[in-house]
Design a protein around this ligand. Sequence first.
Ligand SMILES: [Zn+2]
Length: 101
Amino acid sequence: MPKFYCDYCDTYLTHDSPSVRKTHCSGRKHKENVKDYYQKWMEEQAQSLIDKTTAAFQQGKIPATPFSGAPPPGGAMLPLQTSVAHHVLECCQRPLWAVLQ
Ligand SMILES: [Zn+2]
């Protein structure tokens, strides 16, 4: 009969049967280990996210204040958007001018 290995407790149960597993998993020690395991995992995830964000910032991939309402990076797009806006504006106003003239 194979032993049951508990990842959280980093230990083997001497007998692998549903009742032994259930007893182990409802134990206080196991629950603490599960809590620690996920806490550590979340801290690692958060830390790696912080590291990635910091690295991206240092490489200039993201602006220093992404939520300040400043225009997005990539200024080349801006003149195009502006000219499109003017064009749309002209198209819309032309019939009105025609009426007035
Ligand atoms: Zn366990």
